[in-house]
Every structure is written in structure tokens, then in C-alpha cells.
Design a protein around this ligand. Structure first.
Ligand code: 2B7
Length: 642
């Protein structure tokens, strides 16, 4: 690991702002006070430890969720400096934890803050938003400790013992008066630390969840770095070449890339800047794509795989089936885009492009077998694209001839303003009938679907356009698919999947989500896709209004409430709904469709990597992982939604 020498003491830290501001507007600093914001606290602390690893001084990071949702993070780096600032009389360590923006000065001119997050203000923000924080530092032959409550120092840094080791340990309990919940999700943290370990070759990160008797734990350390990352992403896929292609260059902008092609039809490129997942891409991705297109076309021409008469392969042909991870380190990254996850630094395009041009061209010359396997696939992708174009034109012609672009089964709404319109995609004819009668005609459209769907994981775009199940969905939404998809053309602001809570329902839900994920991804990214949640139970009693319960927990709570009012279980009529078809139009409206009372689950793409893995497992060729996954199916929507 490279070392960035950097000497400084307490006097370089500027006192800027109190932590009250953070407690007043926590959202400004960690995004939200939901469970997502809660997890951010952990990332902020771990980021500091990862920075110490990137500086070349830390090899191990241990994260523990202790009973009571206390987080403990320990590293074996140099330990935060403990010397006293001559003017303020406060130790460097205390400054880092109590002064907002202390980190800015730390990272400032010489080294650069490499891992993500709040650029060194993380520790003070976490401290401000914690009920209590305890920091233990080993360095300079001693053990030092300090503690805080809601950001305020309650025990100043004090030497409590001797030690010949070095490192930092931080324990904190998030403030329950600030966060909606303190329940960490082990899987979410595990995924994040796996990703971080992939991105920092050789760093060992362990996580342990001690909140329950059977302790969950995992340990991640990848000597292969990004190569291990793409192998992991492709573990359930059929590869076109065994060894991932690996490119690394440590110049002004360090670039690291791993690529492996599979027989899949999708394109999966994950990009990172300073270890932050740049979901919206940006200039690094642009440079990578340009180089890929140029190198493969040049190679194909030079080796007569593309003849003179043939047209060039297009970027999308060359990216079919690719899995790649692109990681760059940029000193002053500019983040743009809706979610501030798009790299804007224009100089990065050329840097990435010329380095990939050179390294990839060399690789292909040295590995003609791999080049051939990939190019065969690209060429068949380009043929399929041509076929798809023709199929699409046919659809367009057909629809323009008939004068109506809408599918026959669609019961459209009367409003034409997408912002207020929604379409329910409903499984089965009987439920579709109830939905049509129960809906609010002005805003709600109903599109019934039935029968088994095409498995899009195994199909190319030409089949999708021609498919009689998916065509109505494409036409109803009205914004095209794949590279043609244009989110500004969607006819409904909400696309709501309404299916039963049984196996068939879950199948259709998964198929539709796979389809949206692969062919209308912006729809998910933009937050337009929802799952309707029909009730599982109805409780009724003479003289009492019917009560609908949406989960088993809900049901248990209602029982308790009613018991307190003196109503016992055996006095109630309890109906368990097996399907949407059992509800009459009024009930369906009241429980599942009325915007005032219904529960909708928004499908988000926050964790696209996880989602892709789920789809691959559910839809791919390997049966073992699929079965294992289905047994755990209940978690599925939850994972998507975190
Ligand atoms: C920008 C601030 C936050 N810091 C240091 C040095 C080491 C170090 C840290 C850390 C989290 C939980 C265990 C630098 C940097 C403060 O200045 S923070 N290690 N680990 C950490 O927070 N882990 C440092 C130069 C010389 N010696 C030590």
C-alpha cells in the first residue's frame, strides 16, 4: 500500500462551529434520520479508519454491533494524535470529535481525503448525533480515553494506561431522540463492508452482530481487490473468460479497473470515486466507455473480424454481458446529479480513456482467445440490436396504423397529467375486474396481466418488444425501453404492481421488477415503481368498523388494542385473505387503492448491486442459489427498499 507522508499537530486544526447546528439539522449532514441515516453514522466512523488504511498505516478494522445497538469500531492505525493545541488547550483527538470541519484542515493541502463521506467532519457529526461516545486511543506508549454526551465533552482526554500498540477505538450509541430507529440491519452493514474491502486491497474488515444469542459475523479481506469484486458479482453467471482483465495505474488520478464478460445480456458497470459508489456515473465512466468502444473496434478491424463493409460495433454491443468495476481517486471531486453521485471533473474522462486505451489494447493483443470470445458476443449483440430495431419499427408502424398506442386491456384514467396519474398492473382477470370497478377513474388506470411472464433475464431486446405480455406494459407506460427509454415520456408518475402475497404473486412481482430493472432502470432510480400492499386479514364484529391488518405484527397489535377495550379474540370474525380476487371492488379500493389509506412500498435502487444479484439468482440458470434464495424470499422486498 502506498504511503502518503503527512505531519501535523493540533495547531493545524481550526475551531469553526459548534455541534448544535448538527443536532438542529441532522439531515443536512447525514441525509436523513431514517434507518439509512443511522447506518451513515457507522460509515462515517469506518471511513476514517479506511483513510488510515489508505494512508498505509492500518491493516485491520473490526466493527461490532453490541447489545443495545451500541456500535464499536476499532482500527490498528497510528491512533488519532493526542497532543494539545497550544492556543485552545484542547487535544487534537478532542478537536476531531467536537469541532465541525476539523477534518477539512486535517485533509487539506498535502494528503487527500480518499474514502467517502463527509471529508473528516464525520467523527464530530457522529458525536453530535450520539447519546454518548467513547474514544480510546493507543499511541506514544499510552492508552488515552475521552467521552462525550450528545456531542459535549464529559471526560477530557486522559491517559489511563500503558501500551506499546497503536490504534483507535470508537464506541457510540446513536441518539434515539434524533433517529427514527436505532435498529441496525446487519445485512446492510455487511454489504457495505464487503464493498469497502473489495475497494481496498488487503484491508481486513470484520463485522460482528452480538445483539442476539446466535452471533452473526463475517470477515472480508480480498488480496485480489477489484478482481475479487467482479468475481463476486459474477459468481452465479457463466463467464466468457476465466481471469478478469485487470488495469491499474497510479498517476495523478489513480485508476483501477477490473472487467469480466459473461453470457448475460445486461451491462453491469459499477463506478467509484474515492470509494464512494457513483451511482449516476460521470466523467470516469464516460472515459471508460469511450475507450472500450474504440479498443474493441480497432482490434476487430485490425484482425479482420470486422470486414471493410461492416459498420462499427456500437458501445452498447460492446457492453453486453460486461461486468466491470471502475475505481478512481480524485483529489477534489465534484459531485453532480440528482443524488450527488455523478462525477463532474472533466479532466478525468481523458485520463481514464487514454489509460484504458493503452492497457486494454495491449491485453487483447496478448490474449487473442479472450478477445475472440468477447468479440463474438459483441457481434451477435449487434445483430440482435438490428433485429430489435426492426421489431420496434414494426410495433411503431402497427400502433400508428391503428391510431391508438394503448393496449386493449388497459382501462386508462381520464387525467392526462402524468404527475397525478398512476397505473396499477394487476395480476389476474378477477382482481383486474375489481380494481377497474373500485378505482378512481380520474387518476387511476388498470392494466390486468395474466399467465406466466417471459423471463427477461434470458431474453434479448428483440424478444421483449415482440412479447405479448410485456408489450402492453411498454405501451401503457409509453416511454420505450432500453437505450430508447425516455423518462420524460412516462404516462404515469406511479407504476404500481399489485399482486397476491403468494408464490404466483411473488413470481409476477419479481418478473416485472426484473423487467423494469433491466429495461426501464431510470423508472426505478427515479422512484416511480411501487408495490401495492393488500391486507392479509380482516377483523370484523357487529357494530364495529372492519379492521384491516397488513402484517402479522399489525394483527398482533390490533388484538392487543382490542383486548384493552374488552374485546376478545373469539368475539371477532377473522378473515385471512388469500388473494386479491377475494375482495370486492369497495374493499379493494378501501384497503389497497385509496391514496388516503393504502400502503405503498416504494421500490428503490439504492443497492443496485444487491438487487442485480437477487435477479440473477432468481432468474439465472443456476438452480441451487435460486432455491436457497426463495426460501429467504420474505426479505427480498425489504432489501430492495432499505
Ligand atoms: C480527519 C481526522 C478524522 N486521524 C489522524 C491520524 C490517525 C487516525 C485518525 C483514525 C475510526 C474508529 C476506530 C494522522 C483524522 C484523524 O489524524 S482517525 N486514525 N482512525 C479512526 O478514526 N478510526 C493520524 C497522522 C499521524 N498520526 C495519526
Amino acid at each position: 500500500m502506498e504511503k502518503f507522508e503527512h505531519e501535523y499537530g493540533a495547531d493545524q486544526i481550526q475551531v469553526l462551529e459548534g455541534l448544535e447546528a448538527v443536532r438542529k439539522r441532522p439531515g443536512m449532514y447525514i441525509g436523513s434520520v431514517s434507518v439509512r441515516g443511522l447506518h451513515h453514522l457507522v460509515y462515517e466512523i469506518v471511513d476514517n479508519a479506511v483513510d488510515e488504511a489508505l494512508a498505509g498505516y492500518c491493516k485491520n478494522i473490526n466493527v461490532t454491533i453490541e447489545p443495545g445497538n451500541i456500535i464499536s469500531v476499532e482500527d490498528d492505525g497510528r491512533g488519532i494524535p493526542v497532543d494539545i493545541h497550544p492556543k485552545t488547550g484542547i487535544s487534537a483527538a478532542e478537536t476531531v470529535y467536537t469541532v465541525l470541519h476539523a477534518g477539512g484542515k486535517f485533509g487539506g493541502d498535502s494528503g487527500y481525503k480518499v474514502s467517502g463521506g463527509l471529508h473528516g467532519v464525520g467523527s464530530s457529526v457522529v458525536n453530535a448525533l450520539s447519546n454518548w461516545t467513547e474514544v480510546t486511543i493507543q499511541r506514544d506508549g499510552g492508552i488515552f480515553q475521552m467521552s462525550f454526551e450528545k456531542g459535549k465533552t464529559v471526560k477530557k482526554l486522559e491517559r489511563i494506561g500503558d501500551s506499546n500498540k497503536t490504534g483507535t477505538k470508537v464506541r457510540f450509541l446513536a441518539d434515539d431522540t434524533i433517529f427514527e430507529t436505532l435498529e441496525y440491519e446487519y445485512e446492510v452493514l455487511e454489504n457495505r463492508f464487503r464493498e469497502m474491502a473489495f475497494l481496498t486491497k488487503g484491508l481486513k474488515i470484520s463485522i460482528e452482530d452480538k445483539r442476539q444469542e446466535d452471533i452473526k459475523k463475517a470477515e472480508f479481506c480480498f488480496e485480489g481487490g477489484l478482481v475479487s469484486f467482479v468475481e463476486y458479482l459474477n459468481k452465479n453467471k457463466e463467464k466468457l473468460h476465466q481471469q478478469p482483465i485487470y488495469i491499474e495505474k497510479n498517476g495523478e488520478v489513480p485508476v483501477e479497473i477490473a472487467i469480466q464478460y459473461t453470457s448475460a445480456y445486461s451491462e453491469n458497470i459499477y463506478t467509484f470515486v474515492n470509494n464512494i459508489n457513483t451511482i449516476e456515473g460521470g466523467t470516469h465512466l464516460e472515459g471508460f466507455k469511450r475507450a472500450l468502444t474504440k479498443v474493441f473496434n480497432d482490434y476487430a478491424r485490425n484482425h479482420n473480424i470486422l470486414k471493410e463493409k461492416d459498420a462499427n460495433l456500437q458501445g452498447e454491443d460492446i457492453r453486453e454481458g460486461i461486468t466491470a468495476v471502475v475505481s478512481v481517486k480524485v483529489k477534489e471531486p465534484q459531485f453532480e446529479g440528482q443524488t450527488k453521485t455523478k462525477l463532474g471533473n472533466s479532466e478525468v474522462t481523458g485520463i481514464v480513456q487514454s489509460m484504458v486505451n493503452e492497457a486494454l489494447a495491449t491485453f487483447l493483443e496478448e490474449n487473442p482467445q479472450v478477445a475472440k470470445a468477447i468479440l463474438e458476443k459483441c457481434i451477435s449483440a449487434s445483430r440482435a440490436r438490428e433485429a430489435a430495431r426492426k421489431a420496434r419499427e414494426l410495433v411503431r408502424k402497427k400502433t400508428s396504423m391503428e391510431g391508438a398506442t394503448l393496449p386493449g386491456k388497459l382501462a386508462d384514467c381520464s387525467s392526462k397529467n402524468p404527475e397525478e396519474c398512476e397505473v396499477y398492473i394487476v395480476e389476474g382477470d378477477s382482481a383486474g375486474g375489481s380494481a377497474k370497478q373500485g378505482r378512481d377513474r380520474k387518476y387511476q388506470a388498470i392494466l390486468p396481466l395474466w399467465g406466466k411472464m417471459l423471463n427477461v433475464e434470458k431474453s434479448r431486446a428483440d424478444k421483449i418488444y415482440g412479447n405479448d405480455k410485456l408489450q402492453p406494459v411498454i405501451l401503457a407506460i409509453g416511454a420505450g425501453i432500453g437505450a430508447d427509454f425516455d423518462i420524460t415520456k412516462i404516462r404515469y408518475g406511479k407504476v404500481i404492481i399489485m399482486a397476491d402475497a403468494d408464490v404466483d404473486g411473488s413470481h409476477i412481482r419479481t418478473l416485472l421488477l426484473t423487467f423494469f430493472f433491466r429495461y426501464m432502470r431510470p423508472l426505478i432510480e427515479n422512484g416511480n415503481v411501487y408495490l401495492a400492499q393488500p391486507p392479509l386479514y380482516k377483523l370484523s364484529k357487529k357494530g364495529m368498523e372492519d379492521i384491516y391488518c397488513y402484517t402479522d405484527e399489525d394483527l398482533a397489535n390490533r388484538f392487543k388494542e382490542l383486548e384493552e377495550k374488552g374485546i376478545q379474540r373469539d368475539q371477532l370474525g377473522i378473515q385471512r385473505y388469500k388473494g386479491l380476487g377475494e375482495m370486492n371492488p369497495d374493499q379493494l379500493w378501501e384497503t389497497t387503492m385509496d391514496p388516503k389509506t393504502r400502503i405503498l412500498i416504494k421500490v428503490t435502487m439504492e443497492d443496485a448491486i444487491k438487487a442485480d444479484e437477487i435477479f440473477t439468482i432468481l432468474m439465472g440458470d443456476e438452480i441451487g442459489p435460486r432455491r436457497a434464495f426463495i426460501e429467504e424470499n420474505a426479505k427480498y422486498v425489504k432489501n430492495l427498499d432499505v
